[in-house]
Each structure stands twice: as structure tokens, then as C-alpha cells.
Ligand binder design. Structure first.
Ligand code: COA
Ligand code: AMP
Length: 640
């Protein structure tokens, strides 16, 4: 029997009592004045008056309680053919030392620090060192280009940047330092200092007076016994800023608070993921994404579990058995990744033959999130791994699952295509356009009744107005997730699509609006539309349609290639923007709105209906012909 219904009901009956009890699992320097203040912030604040430190709760606390000798972090890097691990005592020393270095290069409590790093232990150390001194980190995913990094520099205005000389993408070395230098050149705000970890496979030239060699600085600090203690910060102070895609080129700086974040994440480890302290929890994501923040860095360590930092891919490093090797070698109890990783494995090893090469007896559960988990992928994983496969739904903004199947409370029956039920603290309603809840089975916007539970964003960095406009103004009393879906008669949630122009490519959240802004920078482009089209492996892929300026006679394929390169240079390889088509004109409504939805339906080969408001019906036929020429879509009967 699952305890879910009882626990969820308790969270609904008295949310403050529920979270006050969960907060007992965190060590506080000072207790809160109130569990929740509904009048503070944008929709209330959790644990005002309380004081704490996240790094203390992730590290020192466990050492004090006798966990010092246990592995805290395992680094497994098939791309460098190396492995390393740190006990809780060792990781505490590394983080305290690095925190001392941060202070010495001028970082103070409340200052922002950008972390632009590959998947190496130092990335987690950097995050925790910031937390230790009360600095606010902002991790930027390595697959973003210099311009994206510059945008974040100007928004977060960091005092320092922590980076590495390179990342490794399969067989390709990605030089980070030139991107970093370019970003600093582009940004109006300049950091005072950069700490650069030199990796032997590609060392970087350091800029005198600004750049410091990470390893040398740490070595010197260790020789001098330099360590920083844990600063006291308010529970409501920001722990970090994580930028995520919105509808424009300006990414949203999602703010995470300190106290609520710890309380929520700690609660999930046992109750949602069913993990005990001392067990190994592996999140095969990247520290640049929210999943990496919550479940590579913070939650496993808050819980006294062991986390895995994996520098590799599900396939190709060296083969589709990579995940099973890591699980077997490190005795992983639960793996958390995106469905796309499993689709990639399934494509390479459809029969799951490589699974048989490894001893997976210690492996209990697979968790999937980041995009809709398609039933075929879930069934394949269930069949070949013989463990429960749990889809759960969340966003950068929430920092933890909105809906899931709580393994620790006792699993509920799995319904394929559904991430199951709301987690405690979340009241999910499906709303129509007027903000009225709809009946079971009917589709609408999935909205969370305010207040949001602990751990969810209190606001956007430096932009309360954008927070209100983006999330809480559309439906009074609710946070709008911008996801559309429905709930069935049993209350199971189904998340079907975004209601905005955000797309999900290989579990990465991207803005087509932002891509359009970049495409528009090309001198020959008059106008453009970027849509997400269905892709078997990555879920969605961006496709761009461009109309050229009158009089442009250059080779169209050449222009298309330049546009592809432009997006790669400005946004980064992560955009996976490789599909661009020159078209004569874009289909629009009579009021000039581009019919992206209809274009997407054509590209996906779905039946489409000629919109009544269309300006010129012939244009949709032209788009269908262009797509067909590129082997995409189908020219379905418009009246279907
Ligand atoms: N630094 C630099 N470049 C990066 C990068 C990084 N950290 N991460 C990805 N890139 C590059 C890739 O090399 C690729 O470049 P290419 O166009 O030259 O091939 C491009 O960005 C697109 O990356 P991606 O979409 O991830 O495709 P991929 O083919 O490299 O890998 C998967 C596909 C499915 C194996 C991979 O996306 C994956 O494992 N995803 C699931 C896990 C995950 O990270 N989820 C996030 C949230 S849980
Ligand atoms: P991100 O902020 O990058 O984590 O992306 C969040 C978005 O990914 C959500 O708004 C959804 O559109 C999508 N998403 C995440 N998890 C799921 C899931 N389990 N099912 C369906 N969509 C999901």
C-alpha cells in the first residue's frame, strides 16, 4: 500500500505543519520566525527569519555525524579514461579550500559567481564553495556559446568566473577559454577575476592580472592551511541563479532560495526517490541544467548519499553499454536521466544485449524527466532492465518534481504517458483560457495553485515584473507552467505540450523565439519562423524557415549553411539547429501572425486544417512542398 494519499492530504491540510516537519531534517543556525509568510515576496516566502548554510548541510554535517569516510562523489569519465572519488571528509576539505580561494580573489557573501565548466568534480566543488561563503552561483551549460554567456554576465554581474580550459564532447575537445574570453569582451559587465582549471588535454593561455590557475591557487591555499568556514545566510537569500529559456532572446534568471531549497530536496530523496543515506544516486545530466543542480550536486549530498559525476554520453563513450557499466561498477541504486538518452541507447542496442554484460542486481529504479517519456521508451527500459521506470515532471522554475510516482512512499500503479500525481505542496489544476478549472480528461493549461511549495522560484533575478508577467498574471491565484495537459479521473497528470514557443531538444529546453531573433541577424534574411518538429531520438528538433530579402540572388544552400552556423555561434551547439529552408513567403493570418502551429503539424505529418483566418491558403501548400523536398512532413488533405 502506498502512503501517498495520506501524505499528500497532510500537505494539503496544513502545508506549514507539513514543511515544518520536513525542515527538521535540515540543520539551521537559527529557526524561522514563520514557516511561511504569505505577504513577503511575489507570492509569499518560506522560512523567513531562519539562518542556515547549504554547504554545511551537504558536507560538514555528515562529517560531524561520522560519515566522513563514506564516498560523497564518484567521478567517472570514459572520455578521459579516468575515475576518482572523494569521501565526505575529502570533499569538505576541497570545498572549504576552494571557498578560501574565492574569498582571496575578492568574492564576498551575496556576490555572484559564474560557473562555466564541463562535467568534472571541480564543477560541483565550485557550486558548493559558493554556497559555503554565501555567494550566489550561476552555472552556464558548456554547450552555450560566448554570446549566451555574455548575456548572463550582464544580467548576473558576477565578481568572478570559474571555468576550465576545455570540455570533452565524445572525441571532440571544446576549448572553453576562447569562449570565455569572447564573452567577457562582448559583455558590458566585466568580472574581476577568473579561476581557470587547466586540463592537460588542452591548456589555455591565461590573461595576466585577471586569470588565475585553479590548481595552483588551491595548492597554495592547502599549503597555507587556508580554508573558509560556512557563512550564515538567510533561508530567503538566493542560493543560485539558473538561466532558462523563455519566449525571447533574454533568458530568465530563475532564482532559488536557500532554506526552502534544502527542505524540499532533502524530502524528495527518501520519499520520492526511495534512497537511503549511504546509497549511490546517479543523475546522468549536466550541472548546467536544473536536474544537475538538484540531483547531481545538492540533493544526494544533503541526504548523505553518494553522487556520480559522469563525463560521457549514453552512447559512443565507448558504446551503448556505458550506463550499465557505471551502474554496475559503482553500485548505483537509482539512475535519473532524460528519455532521449534511453532512445539513443535503444537505437544502438535495440535488443538491450549489452545489458547482460553487467551485474545490475543493486539497481532498483530508473527515473526519467526533462521531456515527455514516450510509452515505448518506458516499456523498453522496463522490459530490459526489469526495474520500475518512473516518469516525473518538473521545470527549472520548480527545482524538483511537480508530479511523480513516490517510490519511497510506496509506488502507485504506473500509467504509461503520465508522470503520475502531484507531489506534496503542489495543487495542480487544469485551466481553460479564462482561468476556470476544466473537468477530468479535458485539456488545458497545467497550473499550480499559489503558493508554490518550498524550493520553487521566489522570483526572477532582478526582475519581479517579468516574474509576474511570465508566471502569475495569466491566471489569478495560479502559477502557469506553460505546459498543456490534462488529469484523468484518478487524478493522474498528463503533460502533452508547451503552450509557448519553448521546445525540448534532447531534454534541453530551448526557445524558438530566441532562434528567430538570431536568424534575423543574417543580412540576407527578411523574416523567419522557427518551429520544433518531432524527432525520433531527440524528441524535437528546431526547423527554420527563412524568407530572403528582395534581390538576393546568392546560392540559397550557402545562405542556409550560414544561418545554421550563425545560430551555432550565437546560441551554441546545444541548439542543434541544423535544418533551415528558404521559402518564398511565410503563412500568416490576416492580422500578420505567423501560423507556426499549422507549419508544425505539416512538418510532423499530422492532419491539419486550413485556418479560417489565413491570409493566402496557397502559402501552406508551398511550405508543405518545401518540407516534402527535404523529406519531412506530409501534404495532408487540408480539410482532414
Ligand atoms: N559542451 C559543449 N558542447 C556540448 C555540450 C557541452 N557540455 N553538450 C552538448 N554539446 C554539443 C554536442 O556535442 C552536440 O554538438 P554537435 O552538433 O557538434 O554534434 C550539440 O551540442 C547537441 O548536443 P545534444 O543535443 O546533447 O546531442 P548529442 O548528439 O551530443 O547527444 C544525447 C544526444 C541524447 C546522447 C544527449 O543529449 C543526452 O545524453 N541527453 C540526455 C541527458 C541530458 O543531458 N538531459 C538534460 C536534462 S535531464
Ligand atoms: P526544464 O526547465 O529545462 O527542466 O524544462 C521544463 C519543461 O520540460 C517542462 O515545462 C515540460 O515542457 C518539459 N518536461 C519536463 N519533464 C517532463 C515530463 N516528465 N513530461 C513531459 N514534459 C516534461
Amino acid at each position: 500500500m502506498s502512503r501517498y494519499a495520506e501524505v499528500y492530504a497532510a500537505s494539503q491540510r496544513d502545508a506549514e505543519a507539513f514543511w515544518a516537519e520536513a525542515a527538521q531534517d535540515v540543520t539551521w543556525y537559527k529557526r524561522w520566525d514563520k514557516v511561511f509568510d504569505p505577504y513577503a515576496g511575489q507570492y509569499g516566502r518560506w522560512f523567513p527569519g531562519a539562518e542556515c548554510n547549504t554547504a554545511y548541510n551537504c558536507l560538514d554535517r555528515h562529517v560531524e555525524k561520522g560519515r566522513g569516510g563514506q564516498k560523497a562523489l564518484i567521478y567517472d569519465s570514459p572520455v578521459t579514461k579516468s575515475q576518482r572519488s572523494y569521501s565526505y571528509s575529502e570533499l569538505t576539505l576541497e570545498v572549504a579550500t576552494l571557498a578560501g580561494v574565492l574569498i582571496d580573489i575578492g568574492v564576498k557573501k551575496g556576490d555572484r559567481v559564474i560557473v562555466y565548466m564541463p562535467m568534472i568534480p571541480e564543477a560541483v566543488m565550485a557550486m558548493l564553495a559558493c554556497a559555503r561563503i554565501g555567494a550566489v552561483h550561476s552555472v552556464v551549460f558548456g554547450g552555450f556559446a560566448a554570446t549566451e554567456l555574455a548575456t548572463r554576465l550582464d544580467d548576473a554581474r558576477p565578481v568572478a568566473i570559474l571555468s576550465a580550459s576545455c570540455g570533452i564532447e565524445g572525441a571532440r575537445l571544446v576549448a572553453y577559454k576562447p569562449l570565455l574570453d569572447k564573452a567577457i569582451e562582448l559583455a558590458i559587465h566585466k568580472p574581476n577575476a577568473c579561476l581557470v582549471l587547466q586540463r592537460p588535454m588542452l591548456e589555455a593561455a591565461l590573461t595576466s592580472g585577471r586569470d588565475f590557475d585553479w590548481a595552483e591557487a588551491v595548492k597554495l591555499a592547502k599549503a597555507n592551511g587556508r580554508k573558509a568556514g560556512c557563512a550564515t545566510v538567510a533561508a530567503t537569500d538566493p542560493a543560485y541563479i539558473l538561466y532558462t529559456s523563455g519566449t525571447t532572446g533574454q533568458p530568465k534568471g530563475v532564482v532559488r532560495d536557500t532554506g526552502g531549497h534544502m527542505v524540499a530536496l532533502k524530502w524528495t530523496m527518501k520519499n520520492l526517490y526511495g534512497i537511503e543515506p549511504g546509497e549511490v544516486f546517479w543523475s546522468a545530466s549536466d550541472v548546467g541544467w536544473v536536474v544537475g543542480h538538484s540531483y547531481i550536486c545538492y540533493a544526494p549530498l544533503l541526504h548523505g548519499a553518494t553522487t556520480v559525476v559522469y563525463e560521457g554520453k549514453p552512447v559512443g563513450t565507448p558504446d551503448a553499454g556505458a550506463f550499465w557499466r557505471v551502474i554496475a561498477e559503482h553500485n548505483v541504486s537509482a539512475l535519473f536521466t532524460a528519455p532521449t538518452a534511453f532512445r539513443a541507447i535503444k537505437k544502438e542496442d535495440p535488443e538491450g544485449k549489452l545489458i547482460g554484460n553487467y551485474d545490475l542486481r543493486g539497481f532498483r529504479t530508473l527515473f526519467l524527466a526533462g521531456e515527455r517519456a514516450d510509452p515505448e521508451t518506458i516499456k523498453w527500459a522496463e522490459r530490459h532492465l526489469g526495474v520500475p521506470v518512473i516518469d516525473h515532471w518538473w521545470q527549472t522554475e520548480t527545482g524538483w518534481a511537480i508530479a511523480g510516482n513516490p517510490v519511497g512512499l510506496g509506488m502507485l500503479p504506473v500509467k504509461y504517458g503520465s508522470p503520475t500525481v502531484p507531489m506534496p505542496g503542489y495543487t495542480i489544476d487544469v485551466l481553460d483560457d479564462k482561468g476556470k478549472p476544466v473537468a477530468a480528461g479535458q485539456t488545458g493549461t497545467l497550473a499550480i495553485k499559489l503558493p508554490m511549495p518550498p524550493g520553487c522560484l521566489p522570483t526572477l533575478w532582478g526582475n519581479d515584473a517579468r516574474f509576474r508577467k511570465s508566471y502569475v498574471e495569466d491566471f489569478s491565484g495560479y502559477y502557469s507552467t506553460s505546459d498543456a495537459g490534462y488529469r484523468d479521473a484518478d487524478g493522474y497528470v498528463y503533460v502533452m505540450a508547451r503552450t509557448d514557443d519553448v521546445i525540448n531538444v534532447a531534454g534541453h529546453r530551448l526557445s524558438t523565439g530566441q532562434m528567430e531573433e538570431v536568424v534575423a541577424q543574417h543580412k540576407d534574411v527578411a523574416e523567419s519562423a522557427v518551429i520544433g518538429v518531432a524527432d525520433d531520438m531527440k524528441g524535437q528538433l528546431p526547423a527554420g524557415f527563412i524568407v530572403l530579402n528582395a534581390g538576393v540572388t546568392r546560392d540559397q544552400r550557402e545562405i542556409e549553411a550560414e544561418v545554421v552556423q550563425l545560430v551555432r555561434d550565437v546560441i551554441g551547439p546545444v541548439a542543434a539547429f541544423k535544418n533551415v529552408m528558404v521559402v518564398k513567403r511565410l503563412p500568416k493570418t490576416r492580422s500578420g501572425k505567423v501560423l507556426r502551429g499549422t507549419m508544425r503539424a505539416i512538418a510532423d505529418g499530422e492532419p491539419w486544417i486550413m485556418p479560417a483566418t489565413i491570409d493566402d491558403p496557397a502559402i501552406l501548400e508551398e511550405i508543405a512542398d518545401t518540407l516534402k523536398g527535404r523529406g519531412m512532413g506530409s501534404k495532408a488533405n487540408p480539410s482532414a
